[in-house]
Write a protein that binds this ligand. Structure first.
Ligand code: FAD
Length: 516
């Protein structure tokens, strides 16, 4: 046990030094500071919802990104006279053991709205309060506190972006610069019998045959996040003119957006610092774009989904979710598997799914296309199944944003124009007529002439032979016909919407939410 006052900073997200109020508070007035990260086996366990045996809840690319972020955090802490103490185990049990062993007087961690962390935090806070430990848990993962917005909106989350922006206004902290530097930290006290380790490698965490993986080109960590941020904001003109959904979803050598999402997900980058840097750019240019299309607008989308997710029971499912349309999606596992494994026979869709598996990141519109294709556009498979695949494989996988966007794309909530479907044949072609993106992610089609690259099954056999890609043998035939499947989807959606409207008139919100 260390003598003198000890505090503990529990890192979960917020893997950074800059703009980290929990870390700053933990370091104030303490003789010893214990910076702790607990590797939670929950994410490394086989996912019961996954198809292939042994698939873990978090894909290997995301785990590696996390480990890189921890190595970077450890290095930064060392520069400040501290270091990261890494544990493995059920986080609340590990934490409680550490609090006891080190006689901690102050426990600090960033507030987290994800249901998984909410449940964990209750256990830890209960122990802390029974042991007389001060707890400081500030909101610093988002621009706004979702609770404040819900309160300002009369107890319910705003359900449209426009109403969210109106209620939210300017973030309260934005009038003064946020803190971005810490000059030193209290040293780590005695460790006692607690078993700490270094940041492990993916192999040490039990992932096998790692040679078979293609790794994401994006490296984890705060240093990389700040470097990427600087690269983006140094290009003032680009920031000032940023307009989404304009931008090329097929650009992969230099993506059309910032690719800061994985850094924001793990909190290697503070969204508040990002926001502040964007405001600084805006002050120095003649004119700039505005929400919802601007870069600040993108950060507001993030906060919008966080707020709705926090204020909506059962946000991550159709059943019992009062803002989700009840739609009789099918359970076709073969179609789902074809989509997940990039075997739909539609090169634009399959290339995006390969990028997901290999990189763990795709452009927003590419995500739109595959989510629409799986659900209301073509295959009519339940959005929750697609959500699960994204949740596992994205390096930026984020509970609130992922669920929110799947609700949106499947026309289950927020967006209801189910007649507007992304064509798997023509959408990608507008940006990339030569099919370079497809050729890169689906090398089996690399020699297919551009006339056929989006519909290779229409190529004469002689062309397929010359391109060394026989459809049905080297690359699959389409699993459905887009024309007829999309018509059928629209018909089913129209029926489901009519039924939802009828039931809305007859049933209470609770009854409706309980409908399957
Ligand atoms: P930029 O355009 O540079 O935007 C900057 C930041 O704004 C992003 O990093 C992100 O934090 C935020 N942002 C941008 N677009 C959105 C949006 N539509 N909703 C909420 N926040 C946004 N994003 C995730 O971070 N995690 C997810 O799990 C996730 N799942 C998605 C699932 C589907 C089906 C769809 C259609 C979109 C999903 N998105 C998700 C949203 C969006 O596609 C990504 O945030 C974006 O593509 C990340 O790239 P970027 O950092 O270059 O974005």
């Amino acid at each position: 046990m260390a003598s003198g006052s000890s505090s503990l900073i529990w890192f979960r997200k917020g893997l950074r030094i800059h703009d980290n109020p929990a870390l700053e508070y933990a370091s104030k007035g303490s003789n010893f500071l214990y910076p702790v990260f607990v590797i939670d086996p929950h994410y490394m366990e086989p996912d019961p919802k996954a198809f292939s045996l042994g698939s873990t809840r978090a894909g290997i690319n995301r785990i590696r990104f996390l480990l890189e972020s921890l190595v970077d955090l450890d290095l930064s802490l060392k520069k400040l006279g501290s270091r990261l103490l890494v544990f493995k185990g059920e986080p609340s049990q590990v934490l409680i053991r550490c609090l006891k062993e080190w006689d901690v007087k102050k426990l600090c961690f960033e507030y987290d709205t994800d249901p998984y962390y909410q449940a964990l935090d209750i256990k830890v806070k209960d122990y802390a309060s029974s042991a007389g430990i001060e707890v400081f848990s500030p909101v610093s993962h988002t621009l706004f506190n979702p609770q404040d917005i819900i309160q300002k909106n009369g107890g319910k989350p705003p359900l449209s972006y426009q109403s969210f922006v109106k209620v939210a206004g300017q973030p309260s902290w934005a009038s003064s610069p946020i803190s971005t530097t810490i000059s030193s930290l209290p040293c780590v006290g005695e460790i006692g019998s607690c078993e700490i380790s270094k940041v492990p490698t993916v192999e040490e965490l039990g992932y096998e045959d790692i040679e078979q993986y293609e790794w994401t080109p994006f490296r984890g960590g705060e240093s990389e996040a700040l470097k990427r941020l600087r690269e983006s904001i140094n290009n003032k003109e680009w920031v000032a003119n940023f307009e989404k959904p304009k931008g090329d979803p097929s650009a992969f050598v230099k993506p059309a957006t910032t690719v800061l999402s994985p850094y924001l997900k793990f909190g290697c980058l503070s969204s508040r610092y990002f926001y502040q840097c964007l405001q600084d750019v805006y002050k120095n240019v003649r004119k700039h774009t505005s929400p919802p299309v601007s870069l600040v607008g993108q950060l507001l989308w993030r906060d919008f989904f966080y707020t709705v997710a926090f204020g909506t029971p059962n946000f991550d499912q159709m059943r019992g979710n009062r803002i989700c349309k009840q739609i009789p999606w099918n359970d076709d596992n073969e179609l789902l598997a074809a989509w997940r494994e990039a075997r739909t026979g539609y090169p634009w869709i399959d290339a995006i799914m390969v990028q997901l598996r290999k990189w763990g990141w795709m452009h927003h519109l590419a995500r739109h296309c595959v989510a629409c294709f799986l659900t209301r556009g073509d295959l009519f498979v339940h959005w929750e199944k697609g959500r699960d695949v994204f949740e596992r494989l994205l390096i930026d996988s984020d509970w609130a944003i992922n669920n929110g966007n799947w609700l949106w794309l499947s026309c289950s909530s927020f967006f209801y124009q189910y007649n507007r479907i992304y064509s798997p044949l023509s959408f990608g072609k507008k940006y990339d007529p030569n099919g370079n993106y497809i050729r890169h992610f689906l090398p089996v089609l690399k020699d297919m002439p551009k006339e056929y690259i989006y519909e290779p099954w229409t190529a004469p056999l002689s062309v397929q032979t010359k391109a060394k890609c026989i459809i049905g043998r080297d690359y699959p035939k389409p699993v459905i016909s887009h024309d007829s499947a999309s018509k059928e989807c629209k018909r089913k959606l129209a029926e489901a919407y009519a039924l939802n409207q009828k039931l809305n008139g007859q049933l209470s919100e609770e009854d409706l939410g309980n409908l399957k």
